[in-house]
Design a protein. Sequence first.
Length: 457
Amino acid sequence: MVEFRFTAEKLNGQTLSGSLTSNSYHDGKKKITRLAEKNQLKIKNIEKKSTFLYRARRGRDLPFRGEQKAFTKKEVEDALSRLGYEVLNVNKKLIDYQGKPPQTEIVTFVKISAELLDQKLSYGEILTLLINDTSNKTLKETLKEINNDLKKGADSEATFLKYQSVFGKFTAYMLGLASKSGNMTEIYKATAKFLERRQEFKKNLRSALITPAVTIFVLFLAVLFYVGYIFPETAKLFVRFGIDLPPMTAFTLKMSDFLMDYKYLVAFVLFAPIIFLWRMSKSKKGGYIFDRYILKIPSLGSLIHKTLIEVYCRVFYTLYSGSAESIEPIRIAAEATGNRYFEDRIKNIAIPLMIKKGTGITDAFTASGVFTETALSRLHSGEETGTIKNTALQLANYYESETVYKLKNLIELIQVFIAMIIMVVMIMLTLVSAETATVRPKTPGTQIDVKIEKSIT
């Protein structure tokens, strides 16, 4: 996220200033321009918050270096002077890029915060402790800025959402909401649990889907290299001397010739679908289709679907406080799933039914078509008895237990299947190589010797 500060002038000559955040410099300037046009303002100045490197010292102490984010060089100099430091030099950082911290760092921050809140420490003390102990530079700087903003009385929700590029949209929303709620510890614990489950889910999904695909792809490339480059060096030597090749060797050589003659076509067929699917998954419409059909993958799709419902119910339990305020928790829980198809069905079917027609939660969820019969049955019972909040937690725990156990078994089964594929491929390559080794000329010691002598002379 990029932070901007602008100065503008009204039609009556009054000067005003403001600030906003955006995903990029270009988007920030567009937002400020639209704001000026809407309110009939004349923009006089736009400043982007940047990182400045400074060198300073106090009294006769040795100089030290540091960095500070600010809108101008003068702000850094004034801040250091107020603290009693002698400013030696201040320069803008040329390459001001900060990568997103690893998800493990975010989970650790939220989890430790929850534990310290449970021990009745103030949030200011918790941030100070974590700033000193956090090793990731980006997260450390982000926590410093959050701490400074909160000390100045800034709105906690707006402050955390400003750094959603670091924490993620849902995590930033939950942490900002926690500071304003009366149940901060519980929300932090729930957020930590959610992040841990999502991290575990991604790890399992990678083991079950991505890792096998990469393994098969690399194995396929290795076979192509062997058939296309290594094998022909031996097989074509026999062809040059007029030796008849056995069936598997002859077929493999034909495959090698085909690969070499149409190598660009083979490369296109091999890489184009991967690039297409990757690009499609990044687009809005393509991502929707991808997220929809990933739920239909045999065996794995059902587990992914149940995991989404588990995440949804866990977030809904954390935020839900009563039927009068159920829309916002439903919307946020849908976004937390991270599945664009699931989110769209909740936002565009379930929520409109509840708002426009007064449909109950269970009926609206049924119409969305993204909940299992088991989930709908349990939520219906909870809605009738007024215990839908606790029912959502029970459903989340139930699906967590089921998916963890079944996904573990599925991963083991996939690993066995991949091992069998590798074994079959290696056996085939061994058989072809062994068959090639048995090739003999029709008249040993005559025909081949003559051709060898001719080739030498």
